[in-house]
Design a protein around this ligand. Sequence first.
Ligand SMILES: [Zn+2]
Ligand SMILES: [Zn+2]
Length: 586
Amino acid sequence: MNSSIELKRHSLSHIMAQAVLEMFPEAKLAIGPAIDNGFYYDFELPRTLMPEDLPLLQKRMERIIKENQVFECYTEPIAKAIDFYKKLKQEFKVELIADLKKAGEKEVSFYKNSTFVDLCRGPHVESTGKIQNGSFCLDKIAGAYWRGDEKRPMLQRIYGLAFDTKKELNEYIQMRKEAEKRDHRKLGKELGLFTFSDNVGPGLPLWLPNGAVMIEELEKFAKEEEFKAGYVRVRTPHITKGKLYELSGHLSHYKVSMFPPMKLDGDEEEYYLKPMNCPHHHMCFAATPRSYRDLPLRYAEYGTCYRYEDSGALFGLMRVRSLQMNDAHLYCTEDQFEQEFIAVTEMYLRYFKRFNIKKYVMRLSLHDPRELGRKYLDEPELWKRTEDMVRRAMIKAKVPFVEVPNEAAFYGPKIDIEVESAIGREFTLATNQVDFGIPKRMGLSYIDEKGNPQVPLCIHRAPLGTHERFIGFLIEHFGGMFPVWLAPVQVQILPIADAHVAEAKKIVDALRAQFIRADVVLPTETLGKRIRNAELLKVPYMAVLGDKEIEAKKLNIRDYKTKAQTEFAVEAFTGKILEEIRTRAL
Ligand SMILES: [Zn+2]
Ligand SMILES: [Zn+2]
């Protein structure tokens, strides 16, 4: 499990502690693990660290690496180890060893390089020289409570980045810079897409006009695709009696993720905000008797759900408490399953193309037989059958996938789709689940050709995930430079002076008559400032309008993406942009 980079990162945390002790002999050491992109170590220090301290510490680390000090491991009886650290007044280490003693350990191991010794399980690189100078750097300083407990001392944490080579380190730093520039929280604010309000609550995004445009465009797109694929739409309330979730089993499996129930005065019933749309859709299915002739039946809804995410887990649009889901439930017979499943998979692939998503991984999540009756519905036969069906369908659709045990939904196997944004970050965007359990539990049935009642299979699918996460992803993926069809403002006309405003308005009116999102930016500010604003908003097309353009009956269009300037007659430009919108060009 210890890859070579983990060994290096872990060893670097020792080397950093060694350098800190050189600089501050009275420093008290806490803990220092390897992490995803490097390492950290927590210290109690005689003074607050400053950013200027980091290069000094790093120099010392580089010297230690050059000296190629060998890491030696030895063990000590626990009492002796406690004594050792007591003498050094390293109280945090004493506490750590005391805990090991309580846990029944008889001895503990140390790693020593040169004069530096640290309590550690290891393993390490053989010697400090195994690390390449240049492949790591000290990154930042942060505060951290001892043992994460706010009642314990606040320590200073130093983070380092570390990779196998200098090149990898530089690539990582570059990617992080780009990601910061594209951070959906930063761009979301700059582009006027969404906001949060303390008065509304954490994790409850408010979509501003520019964000609302994107939502409506995405929904229009999804509705058209779903219409062509034979879906029908339903609309269901945001709340329900608890009874629905007792029936579906969500209360026993999902309650921790739900908002607490509401009860009206004088009403016996408890109501819940819906954490998912399925049970409501199942009730639509159950509204009338069904025959095999009604199937497959595909119910779609951009449904708003509410999930009680821990406040510490909330993150921008990526983890929220209210979410609008590109949801649908497909009810079908076992015979129809394969075709339906393949059609859904192909829809995913079409969507990836539309959004220029080139890298994706499909993970088939399976059940674990040992968890039947607990984590998973106790239907061993059905699990095997549906997992085989999904596997066959995936192979037939010729979509590569990996199998992951023990990650299925509680009612059936699922496909999780991870996509990579243009700058290489991974997002889990969508899932595609097979459900053989809930329809049965909720008493859904149809009459087959022979007149016998049968339970339909249900496919849950949400290829565009939720608006929140998908738009968060799109912001990073496109760096805020959206394709024209998605861009909140598509065209801005900038009249040079008051004399040109009337003509600008006429042009914008003509564009808006074709449902092109065009605006006039009035000359209340300098032209330079207005041009900069249009660039900040990443408006795809901008045109400055003055005497020359009006005279020539031409628009001088600046393309934000290519920075090219091209002259167009208004009609020709209208035709071009309409075609881009119609084809949802990238
Ligand atoms: Zn260690
Ligand atoms: Zn569902």
